[in-house]
Design a protein around this ligand. Structure first.
Ligand SMILES: C[S@@+](CC[C@H](N)C(=O)[O-])C[C@H]1O[C@@H](n2cnc3c(N)ncnc32)[C@H](O)[C@@H]1O
Length: 275
């Protein structure tokens, strides 16, 4: 569902651009492919953040990433697989990584280059990662990308994971942030699912719907549900070893109006290496 922009990106003050980036990162970053220009028109600046786009429920996806990466990753060379509009890419860069953002969607790459002309962003048409050197990366990072990789069986995920594993050097790590199935059946600071009771019965590979509540567009977006058990199967098939799994919860002292986040983890973070 791609809607093309008909006008150039409005010129903004630096503060507004930061806010637009926050919004775009949340909006595109989470769920894909709606129009940047519509977003720029609708959203008002709210706050400036050190890591744009990681407030509310997203805060829990990224909060522990610095500690997780410093525990598991040696070296700075990284690839951000499924970079969207570059929220995750810029997050890694701010942590000191040398990072290349890649995405299968031309529109995402175009938009992220508009937002961040200094960044290194590459298009990977048809999942083809052959432009990247094998065994060269200390970290391959994928934030929410696997929520959008379809297929009822394991094939797509296993094929992509194998391709990503080939890019890792001997000590390289793959870090995935994914949605836990519970996100589609509860209420959150950034999401609502109460209008989609059918999500309750969803199995791995089924489409699920969710509304992102902390931006102006109330239309539901679609993800592919994938359970922890199914992730573990595809990791095994892709010959990846699970080194760590994290399910961050809110602590209660954050400046956000939490929904279920204090008792149910919305995200899972997997750290893997090659067997
Ligand atoms: C939900 S967005 C996440 C964006 C970003 N990582 C973030 O956290 O803001 C998922 C992105 O993955 C991209 N994507 C999905 N399948 C992909 C694939 N096979 N190869 C590369 N990118 C892919 C989509 O185009 C989309 O931009």
């Amino acid at each position: 569902m791609e809607r093309r922009a008909s006008s150039p990106v409005p010129q903004k003050s630096p503060a507004d651009v930061t806010d637009a980036e926050v919004r775009c990162a949340v909006y595109f970053g989470r769920k894909g492919t709606r129009d940047l220009h519509q977003l720029l028109r609708r959203q008002r600046p709210r706050r400036s953040l050190r890591h744009p786009g990681v407030q509310n429920t997203y805060h829990l996806a990224y909060r522990d990433i610095p500690a997780i990466l410093s525990e598991h990753v040696r070296g700075r060379k990284s690839l951000d697989f499924g970079c969207g509009t570059g929220r995750s890419t810029r997050f890694l860069r701010q942590l000191g990584f040398e990072v290349t953002g890649v995405d299968i969607a031309e529109d995402m790459i175009r938009k992220t280059r508009e937002l961040d002309p200094a960044g290194d962003y590459r298009l990977t048409p048809g999942d083809d990662l052959s432009q990247f050197p094998p065994a060269a990366y200390d970290l391959v990072f994928a934030a929410f990308t696997f929520d959008n990789i379809g297929g009822k069986n394991n094939d797509n995920k296993v094929r992509i994971l194998r391709d990503l594993a080939r890019l890792l050097n001997r000590d390289g790590k793959l870090v995935l942030i994914v949605s836990r199935p519970e996100i589609y059946t509860h209420e959150w600071a950034s999401f609502s699912t109460k209008d989609f009771p059918e999500n309750q019965a969803a199995k791995s590979g089924d489409k699920v719907r969710i509304i992102v509540t902390d931006h102006a567009d109330p239309r539901p977006v679609e993800d592919i549900l994938w359970t922890d058990e199914s992730y573990r199967e595809v990791f095994k098939e892709a010959r990846l070893r699970l080194l760590g799994k994290y399910e961050p919860l809110a602590r209660g002292d954050e400046p956000y109006g939490w929904g279920s986040e204090r008792t149910i983890a919305p995200w899972a973070i997997y750290v893997l290496n090659v067997v």
